[in-house]
Design a protein around this ligand. Structure first.
Ligand code: SF4
Length: 73
C-alpha cells in the first residue's frame, strides 16, 4: 500500500485582519468576502497537534499577524 508522507510545513493564518489598505491586497482593499476573525491559541494547538510531522509553520497570510494578541503564546 502506498503511504503518502505527512506534511512538514504548514501555513496557518493568525487572522485575516489588517489596519492598512494596500490597494492590491484583498484584505486591505476590502474585496475579500469572508468573515474577519482571529485564530485562538486553543484552535491553533488543536490543528498543530494533529500533524506531528510538522517542522515549520508559516504564520502569515491575508492579514497582519501581530494583531493577534496570542501570537507569541
Ligand atoms: S495584509 Fe499585508 S498586503 Fe494586505 S493590507 Fe495588510 S499589510 Fe497590506
Amino acid at each position: 500500500m502506498l503511504r503518502l508522507p505527512l506534511p512538514e510545513i504548514a501555513s496557518i493564518d493568525p487572522n485575516n485582519i489588517c489596519q492598512l489598505r494596500c490597494p492590491l491586497c484583498p484584505t486591505g482593499s476590502g474585496t475579500i468576502k469572508i468573515t474577519k476573525s482571529m485564530i485562538s491559541l486553543d484552535k491553533f494547538r488543536l490543528y498543530v497537534n494533529r500533524i506531528p510531522s510538522l517542522k515549520k509553520i508559516l504564520l502569515h497570510g491575508w492579514g497582519e499577524p501581530f494583531l493577534n494578541h496570542q501570537l507569541f503564546d
